[in-house]
Design a protein. Structure first.
Length: 151
């Protein structure tokens, strides 16, 4: 399944890339993330791993809502982040990746986020629910736009 959304941010592509490349900013725009963890000296490049933590009181709380990711591609036009955890909400997916593409436009930068995932067979019945939640990507990108344009 592939879900995609885009937003135009009134900032230069380098500014947007720098903001997205700093994982400490994820809680500012991803409504499902309360915090992040990574090795303090690691650089966010290919092979970089990090974890996101859910909000306390959410399904499973912050530790049970933990998801692990690895950066699998970085380039001048964007990056790809792949889900590496298999517990918590990650148990529903056989494979999942988020592709961020940054394109310069006269107004600033068009950010396109495409989430591609394959459900585990036993959870395939959830696919229609996830499809109905495609608006969530657009909502997170709108939060990203607001965070960057406020800065």
């Amino acid at each position: 399944m592939r879900l995609q959304a885009e937003v135009v941010i009134r900032r230069a592509p380098d500014d947007v890339a720098a903001f997205l490349g700093d994982i400490r900013n994820i809680p500012l725009w991803d409504r499902g993330v309360a915090g992040v963890r990574a090795a303090p000296d690691a650089l966010p490049d290919v092979g970089f791993g990090f974890e996101t933590l859910g909000h306390p009181g959410s399904a499973g709380g912050s530790e049970d809502g933990r998801m692990a990711y690895e950066v699998t591609a970085v380039g001048p036009e964007g990056a790809t982040v792949r889900l590496t955890s298999t517990t918590g909400n990650a148990r529903y997916f056989r494979d999942a990746a988020w592709h961020f593409r940054l394109d310069p436009v006269p107004e600033g930068t068009r950010v396109t986020c495409a989430a591609e995932f394959t459900m585990r067979l036993r959870y395939l019945f959830l696919a229609p629910v996830l499809y109905l939640m495609r608006r969530a990507i657009r909502d997170d990108l709108e939060r990203l736009r607001q965070a960057l344009e406020r800065a």
